[in-house]
Design a protein around this ligand. Structure first.
Ligand code: AHR
Length: 493
């Protein structure tokens, strides 16, 4: 066992619920066979939307859903996905597995899904292979209540009221699959596309520029410098945690050594450096922090499960993934002055999924349980935490064993989320909470015997949230013992 201490202080900041957003692309079994299933599949559905999946996501209060990509967004032509389904054109999904896309899940289906989920839609428009007119008309189709032909078309297609979509991505990964652009070229394109991305009455658009890949700080610099900041609600950032750091051999989702686990966590913790450095560049051009940093793709990316289509990015989800999710969400909470939105990639059956499905079966992954535990931070007042943590050492390298974030909700309850990354040692954390009135502490924990443990369709509840009894109040002092490889959420009231 080793020792840590924390001290907590008040701030005026709020942890935006939109940090807890999700991403669903036309990729593998995410939309098709995930959310949108065969009409003959014997599960409860509305239209072809699977309701057990919807209900599970409602429970964790997902605040937004990003769609239709990803790389798919810059080849997607929205007009193919409206009108009678039998008449919609088919295309080949060239990015993901070369499968036929029948466009049966389009604009109206996505917005019906968001309505069922009770979340805000976040649509990524096509800049790479689409025109300014195409993007402009999509927004008009969605949000205009006028008698224009395009607004009337939405009404003919069954939705008389405007959809009021406000989160709007102007392209995706424009430095790569979204058009192979340079930063300067993209910044100019953004200005052009954004100029015709109109606000309709009652729905000011929150336009989000396609941002940097990982540590491409020049991209952020050029966008902040060349795009008038008031035309941009947010600027995005994409960063994936690769176990090995090597895109050609990323590492297994379920079989890894302590050394590989440690290196994965080193890569995960890089998010702290990325957010800090991108924010510092944004501060130069936007000292009042009006433009949000939107981490709209993050999560662990491993090799796909054996015997699955490699283009489908289907991977299992272990306790390691839960520690990655919890650590990353702590980082975002602690940077909530600048990070106002983020989306985990990618909700169902793709990458670091919350939910896996197999025909009629569905399971909740360890990552799902972290979003369940952490939902208490959504829209809560941010509390700043100073932490003194021991190191976790492997092979002569070290990382902080513990990370933490805290908030106070509207009813006055305080929530502290603590992660112990050390596989072998528990950590005893003590804190004096003098300024805060509290009478009792309770908690929840997610852990398991092995870091490689997963939920399977045979054993779907191997990892689940349990009550935690390792926290004690002694006068003003709170002392907690966090077991190895665990995530603890404390509630003080
Ligand atoms: O999430 C999978 C892919 O990763 C997305 O399509 C793309 O934006 C990123 O490279």
């Amino acid at each position: 066992q080793s020792n840590a201490s924390i001290s907590i202080s008040n701030t005026d900041l709020v942890i935006s619920r939109h940090i807890y957003g999700q991403f669903a692309e036309h990729l593998g079994r995410g939309i098709y066979d995930g959310f949108w299933v065969d009409k003959n599949l014997p599960v409860q559905k509305q239209d072809r939307i699977r309701l057990d999946v919807v209900n599970a996501l409602k429970k964790i209060k997902i605040p937004n859903l990003r769609w239709p990509g990803g790389c798919f967004a810059d080849e997607y032509h929205w007009r193919d996905g409206i009108g009678p389904r039998t008449q919609r054109p088919k295309m080949v999904n060239t990015n993901w597995g070369g499968v036929t896309e029948d466009n049966s899940f389009g604009t109206h289906e996505f917005l019906a899904l968001c309505k069922l989920l009770g979340c805000e839609p976040y649509i990524a428009g096509n800049v790479g292979s689409g025109t300014v007119e195409e993007m402009s008309k999509w927004i008009e189709y969605l949000n205009s209540n006028s008698s224009s032909t395009i607004a009337q078309l939405r009404k003919q297609n069954g939705h008389s009221e405007p959809y009021k979509v406000s989160f709007w991505g102007v392209g995706n990964e424009s430095w790569g699959c979204g058009g192979e652009m340079t930063a300067n070229f993209y910044a100019d394109q953004y200005r052009r596309y954004a100029a015709y991305a109109r606000n309709y009455p009652g729905t000011p658009l929150k336009k989000i520029a396609s941002g940097a890949n990982s540590d491409d700080y020049n991209w952020t610099e050029v966008c902040m410098k060349n795009i008038p900041n008031h035309t941009m609600w947010g600027l995005s950032l994409h960063y994936y945690t690769l176990p090995t750091g090597n895109w050609n051999k990323k590492g297994s989702a379920t079989s890894f050594s302590e050394k590989e686990y440690f290196n994965t966590m080193v890569n995960c913790l890089k998010m702290e450096e990325l957010v800090t450095k991108h924010s510092a560049i944004m501060d130069k051009y936007d000292p009042n922090k009006k433009v949000a940093l939107v981490v709209d793709e993050w999560g662990i990316w491993t090799d796909p499960e054996p015997n699955t289509n490699p283009g489908f990015l289907y991977q299992q989800n272990s306790l390691r993934d839960a520690l990655i999710a919890a650590t990353t969400l702590n980082i975002f909470n602690n940077h909530c002055d600048r990070v106002k939105m983020a989306e985990l990639a990618q909700t169902v059956n793709v990458l670091q999924a919350l939910i896996l499905t197999d025909k009629t079966k569905m399971l909740l992954t360890p990552t799902y349980h972290i979003f369940d535990m952490y939902k208490v931070h959504q829209d809560a007042k941010y509390l700043a935490v100073k932490l003194q943590a021991p190191d976790y050492n492997v092979d002569g390298k070290s990382i902080p064993a513990v990370n933490v974030s805290a908030s106070q909700d509207a009813t006055g309850k305080i929530h502290i989320s603590l992660v112990n990354l050390d596989l072998n040692k528990s950590v005893s954390v003590s804190t004096q909470l003098k300024q805060i009135q509290w009478a009792a502490v309770s908690g929840q924990i997610l852990t398991s015997a092995n870091i490689t443990d997963i939920n399977t369709f045979q054993q779907p509840s191997k990892l689940q949230i349990h009550n935690f009894t390792g926290a004690k109040k002694d006068g003003d002092n709170l002392s907690v013992t966090i077991p190895p490889k665990s995530v603890v959420m404390l509630e003080l009231k």
